[in-house]
Design a protein around this ligand. Structure first.
Ligand code: AMP
Length: 367
């Protein structure tokens, strides 16, 4: 069976690495020929809306999936006619549009931030009045890792924010002075069976994920996150892995966004869970039974951003799992990650404290 994947980044690379032992083949499609997944699998290179190439991907694949969201749902739907697509395109469409996403959370009774659609300067002024400041103005589409966002701290920021982002459809939402951020990741099989991973605690700097600790022991929050995830999985009749990110505010969860794919905050599952998020995504879309999502010990995943440290130094440390995506270094770019796995949460904290300062200049993580 051949799995076709649109997008050939590190997520695609890790999907293929998880799928090869199951006897599956992979074919990627990306706008660039130099990609992490292209190092290990055949790749079609061309523009994402190229109908001919998408049709070729569909012809050569038994099922099509994607490793990032910013692809045209319409192009994919029409090119892939006759080929199964998973996760469902409806979920992809909702995740591509922050307004549709917020409305979906609302409809399913999943608590989220207060928000307003903004398509004109006058609407922004009204949204500011209704929701207040501070608030965040976000592009509805094509935002990731904090890109396409402007934090308004006072009403006088209105013009600057509008000048910067006003050319695109927008969303204004309240700024949440959250205690911390968490995410939940789960897979749903074609049979409707699910496998949900424990809660991840995520640390971002400048909108980019730097560190994940999992399992994060907060049983009440974990149950609430799982309820929200299950509602979404059922509602979309979902197949594959779905991620939901939340703010923890006054001890409660507020859904921030969802990703219809494997997620950076789940990279720890490669070494830290019985079955990784990558394998479970591949199993789900290939129509295979899901694997056990239970954690093995206590994991920490540190993203390697901008510059790769010398692997030899870190591989010499006991229990450091190193992942180099083979990407060209660039400011703010995710180049790799490393995971540690310990027997207790306390030991994990100690290891992170010991490792982070060594990676600190590279991560630019605040102490
Ligand atoms: P997003 O692209 O929406 O995931 O935003 C990236 C990061 O910006 C989040 O992980 C938060 O750290 C921060 N952020 C986004 N929206 C808000 C908000 N409404 N209030 C506070 N922080 C936010």
């Amino acid at each position: 069976m051949t799995i076709g994947i649109v997008g050939a980044g590190q997520l695609g690379q890790m999907l293929a690495l998880a799928g090869y032992p199951l006897g599956l083949d992979f074919l990627f499609f990306d706008h660039s020929a130099e990609t992490p997944a292209g190092r290990i699998a055949p790749l079609l290179a061309g523009e994402f809306h190229d109908h001919t190439l998408l049709a070729e991907l569909a012809r050569r694949s038994d099922v099509i999936s994607f490793d990032w969201e910013n692809i045209s749902v319409e192009a994919l739907r029409s090119a892939a006619r006759g080929t199964r697509i998973a996760p469902p395109l409806k979920a992809l469409g909702v995740a591509q549009d922050r307004l549709a996403e917020k409305r979906c959370f609302q409809r399913l009774g999943i608590p989220t931030t207060r928000f307003a659609a903004v398509d004109s300067r006058a609407q922004l002024a009204r949204a500011l009045k209704r929701i207040g400041v501070p608030g965040v103005l976000k592009t509805r589409r094509f935002g990731y890792d904090g890109k396409g966002q402007y934090v308004l701290r006072s009403y006088t920021d209105l013009d600057a924010a509008w000048d910067l982002l006003g050319s695109a459809p927008l969303l204004y939402e309240e700024f949440v002075p959250f205690e911390y951020e968490v995410s939940i990741i789960g897979a749903r099989a074609r049979s409707g069976a699910t496998a949900v991973y424990p809660l991840n605690r995520n640390y971002h700097v400048d909108g980019i994920l730097r560190l994940t600790l999992a399992p994060w022991s907060a049983p009440r929050l974990a149950r609430a996150a799982q309820r929200s995830l299950n509602k979404l999985l059922e509602d979309f009749n979902y197949v594959g892995v779905l991620t939901v990110e939340f703010f923890v505010h006054r001890g409660r969860l507020l859904a921030n966004e969802m990703a219809p794919r494997v997620h950076n905050s789940g990279h720890w599952t490669i070494e830290g869970a019985v079955t990784s998020q990558f394998e479970n995504h591949v199993r789900a879309i290939a129509g295979l039974p899901l694997g056990d999502s239970s954690p093995r010990g206590h994991s920490a995943m540190i993203n390697l951003i901008g510059t790769m440290p010398d692997a030899r130094r870190f591989l010499a440390e006991a229990g450091v799992h190193w992942h180099d995506y083979g990407k060209e270094p660039r400011h703010g770019r995710k180049l790799g990650h490393c995971t540690i796995n310990e027997s207790t949460a306390a030991r994990r904290t100690l290891r992170v404290k010991q490792l982070l300062p060594q990676l600190y200049p590279l991560l630019a993580l605040r102490p």
